[in-house]
Structures are given as structure tokens and as C-alpha cells.
Design a protein around this ligand. Structure first.
Ligand code: M6R
Length: 627
């Protein structure tokens, strides 16, 4: 068989690699509405299709819809289903089409399943099932789980045994929630490689991909461990048993979480992203003041890590926007703390067999704390004996639990898929960490430290000033929304901010955008410059300003429309295609925060004029839990 004839049909089913969110409720009250509400809190994990199934009067009822959750909501309005036991799923597919046929739950007459993860040996299992006469209804790997359980039930096994025997046959990663036609009082969950939490409510029990999904109904949460199976029943009371990998009953600690329940509202803003952009003065103030003793102008960071070693190397590892925060921090760690700092993309780090030594401290930066590549990189660093620090926004996340140390960014829940306030909070933590280490290593003196901390405390006010009048970004967005390509440039710490600006624009508007270190343009990328390709230059009046100004001139003289973001009121150009956005006067530390907020606004307003889906851009998911 040659490459071209290896099609979906000949190769077997499509590989269903999912990030996905799952929820399940066993209650004394109807569950369908709450399943959907829980899914809306899990949409950050994917939104290609969604579905729910309930058990009612010894029948499994299922509704599934392609596309965003709203399609499922519409369907359920027309065709409601009842039940006090149910499961729900929101999907993000990397392989296999996002169709109704592939949407979860998958079911037979006897059993229905939602799944997050990948069954790696699905092909083998599927072949055996097909040979035994089973007909598949979808192109997913998940369906093998359904049929294996179904066959075991048919052979007279109890649901508990049918599930445990099936799980033994599965290779790969899964979080599963399973319901049975004949047992409207039984819900079974299992996890291996994918997260799953048990929620304990008043006369009800829950399963969810995270605690956030369950926050409106319970804050009593138990994190299931690798290989755990949870059997949840409603006999006289609601009760559960957790079995470990060896099938032995185990006790797992139940935590009382503090969660704001109603944060998932847009609070009068048209989009979550806009709300989150505007929250930044507050989230930055929260993050910064949690790490600075304002009265004595001292760092409150007190990590039990020895940073004094002369041979120390810091390794910063992250993905996407968090990677750009790490790139920015490299400038600070090297300039102020005088520590060699290497920055890696987690997806490269984990597979390139990095040289890691006893002198390395590995720092993992992540909004979600769940990103699969970053988590794997963290585990790799740990397995090589490195000390690990996680800088994460989500408390109770996998990275917080896995790392030796952690610092929380206090950005609060970020719902918009494009990261905004989490990024600026990461910058704040990294900046303070660099200064804290610099002060401990005495590479900056006390007076300088105080001066820098003072500058940082001013950042929330400066960011608020940028947001006082966003009409300039609105006008620019209108103009940019017709562009096909956009270039960004910046120098120093503003080079990563240019990269972040280009990423935000791409994510939100689908306009092709690239960012370059300003000095790098003439080494090739300047060939892209033409009259239809606007250049956005991040150009605060800092020590690199004159050099960036020359680079801007080089592009302007080749006819490109020029947009300069600067705090230099005198900067001017004769070209009619020149547009300046004047921003608050910045210091070396405050600049990257000010310009971050500016590029976020550029992307947001461009998307608004283009009419794209700001909060849920196509093909993306908030938490990337597959590699
Ligand atoms: O949760 P994390 O910070 O680990 O996520 C990393 C990236 O997936 C994330 O930053 C992504 O690039 C966002 N879509 C950026 O807006």
C-alpha cells in the first residue's frame, strides 16, 4: 500500500486525540441543565462539538451537536432530555473531524461514555471487536471503550467488573465517566494520564475535568490519582469508593477549595477578553503587591532555593504566550541577576534530550498549569534531579502539585482563549523574581532595588492610563482589519512583546503576522515589506530607541504603512502612511507592561472590526492538554 492509498478507510479509524472537557453528575435533582452549565465552564478545553447523555427510566438518552456549545443548547431546547444521572463532553479534535458522529458521549444501548485522552492501542482493540461482529458508529478511539464494557455487561459481568476489566486492556491516557442503562444510581469514573476530579455536594456527586467546572455546586474536591477508579452510588445516601491501580480501596484527601463562583460573567463587557484586558490594573496590582512589602520596599519572595551558586543556570520552559513571558524574563535575569538564562519551548525541551546538571534550576511558566508539553518538561527536569519552580495562574493545577516550588500569578480565572491578564501577571512575577535574585546575589544594591520596586508598584497605574482611551486602538483596528499581513518589531524586552503582539493578532484575527527583533529585519524579513504590509513598531524612548527609529525609517522608505507605539511625543515621520499611538512615559521595567496592553488592544479591536470570534478563536483551546 503506498502513501496515497493509505486513507482513513484503509488505515482504520481516525486517531481521536482530544483535549476535551468532561463532566458527570449523580444527583437527586435533574442534571441536564447543569451538565451544560458545567460544559460552558470547560469550553476552554475545546469547542469543536459537545454532547450530553442521561439515564432515565432505564434508557440512555443522548444529544450531541457539532460546533460550539450553543448548538447543543439550541438542540436541547428543542429536544430536552431528563434524568438525575448524566455525563457531558466538550471536544477539541487534533485528528479526526469535528462532526456530530464523532462527538461524545459514545454509547450502545447499555452504556455511555465520555473520554478525555487517547487510547493508543485502539486499533488492535477495534480489530478484535470488529472481528467479533461489533459495528462502530464513529471514527473515534473512545468507541472501543464503550464496546468493551458493553461486551462484558452482555456476558453477565457487573458494571464495576466490566469497567475494571476494560481499563486493564487500555493503553494510553484517559479520564472517563461512564453511565449504565440499567443503573440510574451508578456513575463510574477513571483516570490515567488525564485529569479528573471528584466533587462532593449536598445529596449529589460530580466528576469534572477540573474543579472550576464544578464550582457553582461544590467546593469539596478530591483529585483522583493515576490509575484511580471511583464508583459513585446513590442507594440510601450518596456515597463513593475509590480503588487504586491494584483495585484496592484507598482514601484520597478531600480539599475545601476557595473559588469565586460567578467570575465567568462578562461584567458588562462585550467579550471576556476585553474584560480581562481591562482587569489588568487590578490583577497586576494584586500580583505585584503579593510579592512586595510596599512599606519597606522589599521583596516578599522567599523561595527556599539557593541562587548564590556562581555556576547556576536558569532554564525557563513554557509554550505560546507563556514562552514569550519567559523570553522577556531572560533579559531581566541576565541583566540584573547576572545569571545565565536559557529559554526553551516545552515541546522542544522534552524531546531534545537537554543537558541538565545539578547547577540548573528549571522554571516552568504556565497560565493553566495543565499544558501537556510543559508538564512533561517539568517531569523530565525532576527525573534528572533538577530543582523545579512553577509559575502558574491556576491554583491546584497539575504543575503546582508536581513542582518543588511554586509562585502563583494572581490574575484570577482567565476565560478568553487568548491569554492577556495571565501574561502580564507572569511578567510581573518574573520581573520581581529576577530582582529578588539580583538583590540576594548582590548584583544590584539596596537603593537600586528599592528604586526598581517603586517603578513596579507604578505599573498598574500606567496600565490604567493606556486603557483610559482605547479609541486610538479602535481606529487602528478598523484599518488593520483589511490587512493580509502585518509585521511587528521591537528590541530588548520589547522584542518578545512584539512576538506576543503578532501571536495575539494571528490568534484573534487570522491575519498573518510576524514579529522580528528590529535589528534583524535587514537580514531577510525586509523582503516582505511592501505598501500593503503595515509595520507595527514597539518603540519606547529607551536606550535602543534611536536604533529602532532607524529600522523604522528603513521600512518606511520601502513604502510600508508605519504604526509606531511610543512614548516619544516628538517622534515624527513625513510619510502620509505614518500613524503614531502615544503611550504613557515608561521606565525599563514598566515599558513591557504598557506595550503589552497596547498590542492586546490592537489585536482585540482588529478582531472586532473583522468580525471574528474574539473569545473562542477557530481551532484553539484554552488549555492544551495534548502534545
Ligand atoms: O496555559 P499555558 O500558559 O501553559 O498555555 C500555553 C499556551 O498554550 C498559551 O499561552 C497559548 O499560546 C494562548 N493561546 C496564547 O494566547
Amino acid at each position: 500500500m503506498d502513501f496515497y492509498s493509505t486513507t482513513k478507510e484503509t488505515a482504520g479509524i481516525e486517531l481521536g486525540v482530544y483535549m476535551c472537557g468532561i463532566i458527570a453528575i449523580l444527583s437527586s435533582k435533574p442534571v441536564t441543565g447543569r451538565l451544560v452549565e458545567g460544559l460552558s465552564r470547560l469550553e476552554y478545553r475545546g469547542y469543536d462539538s459537545a454532547g450530553v447523555a442521561t439515564v432515565h427510566e432505564n434508557t440512555i438518552f443522548r444529544k450531541r451537536a457539532e460546533g460550539k456549545l450553543q448548538s447543543l443548547k439550541n438542540l436541547l431546547q428543542e429536544e430536552p432530555i431528563s434524568g438525575k444521572l448524566g455525563i457531558g463532553h466538550t471536544r477539541w479534535a487534533t485528528h479526526g473531524s469535528a462532526t456530530k458522529r464523532n462527538a461524545h458521549p459514545h454509547k450502545t444501548d447499555r452504556v455511555a461514555v465520555v473520554h478525555n485522552g487517547i487510547i493508543e492501542n485502539y486499533q488492535l482493540l477495534k480489530n478484535e471487536l470488529v472481528n467479533s461482529g461489533v459495528q462502530f458508529q464513529s471514527d473515534t478511539d473512545t468507541e472501543v471503550v464503550v464496546h468493551l464494557i458493553d461486551q462484558a455487561l452482555q456476558s453477565g459481568k457487573t458494571p464495576e467488573i466490566a469497567v475494571t476489566e476494560t481499563l486493564k486492556k487500555l493503553e494510553g491516557a484517559f479520564a472517563l465517566a461512564i453511565i449504565f442503562k440499567e443503573n440510574s444510581n451508578l456513575l463510574i469514573g477513571a483516570r490515567k494520564g488525564s485529569p479528573l476530579v471528584l466533587g462532593i455536594g449536598e445529596n449529589e456527586l460530580f466528576l469534572g475535568s477540573d474543579a472550576w467546572a464544578l464550582a457553582p455546586w461544590t467546593q469539596k474536591i478530591c483529585y483522583l490519582e493515576e490509575g484511580d477508579i471511583v464508583i459513585m452510588k446513590h442507594d440510601i445516601a450518596f456515597d463513593y469508593v475509590i480503588l487504586n491501580e491494584d483495585g484496592q480501596p484507598v482514601t484520597r484527601s478531600v480539599r475545601q477549595l476557595e473559588q469565586e463562583v460567578n467570575v465567568a460573567s462578562k461584567g458588562g463587557y462585550s467579550h471576556f477578553m476585553l474584560k480581562e484586558i481591562f482587569e489588568q490594573p487590578k490583577t497586576l496590582a494584586n500580583t505585584i503587591s503579593s510579592l512586595i512589602d510596599e512599606k519597606n520596599l522589599k521583596s516578599l519572595i522567599n523561595l527556599p532555593i539557593d541562587f548564590s551558586n556562581e555556576r547556576l543556570t536558569l532554564r525557563l520552559v513554557a509554550c505560546g504566550t507563556s514562552y514569550y513571558a519567559s523570553l522577556t524574563a531572560k533579559y531581566w535575569f541576565e541583566k540584573y541577576a547576572r545569571i545565565l538564562c536559557e529559554v526553551d519551548l516545552a515541546s522542544e525541551f522534552r524531546y531534545r534530550d537537554p543537558v541538565l546538571g545539578r547547577n540548573d534550576i528549571c522554571i516552568f511558566i504556565s497560565q493553566s498549569g495543565e499544558t501537556s508539553d510543559t508538564l512533561a518538561a517539568l517531569n523530565l527536569a525532576k527525573s534528572r534531579g533538577c530543582e523545579t519552580l512553577a509559575i502558574v495562574n491556576v491554583p491546584e493545577s497539575s504543575m503546582i502539585r508536581a513542582a518543588d516550588h511554586h509562585i502563583l500569578t494572581l490574575a484570577g480565572p482567565e476565560i478568553g482563549v487568548a491569554s492577556t491578564k495571565a501574561f502580564s501577571a507572569q511578567l510581573a512575577v518574573l520581573c520581581l523574581l529576577a530582582l529578588d535574585i539580583a538583590s540576594k546575589r548582590k548584583t544590584i544594591d539596596d537603593a537600586t532595588m528599592k528604586e526598581f520596586l517603586h517603578e513596579l508598584l507604578e505599573v498598574p497605574n500606567l496600565v490604567a492610563k493606556v486603557l483610559q482611551d482605547v479609541s486610538v486602538f479602535d481606529q487602528l483596528g478598523l484599518r488593520l482589519s483589511c490587512s493580509r499581513d502585518v509585521l511587528f518589531i521591537g528590541r530588548g524586552t520589547n522584542y518578545p512583546i512584539a512576538l506576543e503582539g503578532a501571536l495575539k493578532l494571528k490568534e484573534l484575527t487570522y491575519i498573518h503576522a510576524e514579529a522580528y527583533a528590529a535589528g534583524e529585519l535587514k537580514h531577510g524579513p525586509i523582503a516582505l515589506v511592501d505598501k500593503l504590509t503595515p509595520l507595527i513598531a514597539i518603540a519606547p524612548k529607551d536606550s535602543w530607541f534611536e536604533k529602532t527609529a532607524s529600522n523604522i525609517q528603513e521600512v518606511a522608505s520601502r513604502g510600508a504603512p508605519i504604526i509606531v507605539l511610543t512614548d516619544d511625543a516628538n517622534f515624527n515621520m513625513s510619510s502620509s502612511e505614518f500613524h503614531k499611538i502615544l503611550l504613557p512615559t515608561s521606565s525599563p521595567f514598566s515599558a513591557c507592561f504598557i506595550y503589552t496592553v497596547a498590542v492586546q488592544c490592537v489585536a482585540y479591536y482588529t478582531a472586532l472590526h473583522k468580525g471574528t470570534d474574539v473569545d473562542q478563536p477557530r481551532n484553539l483551546a484554552k488549555s492544551v492538554t495534548v502534545e
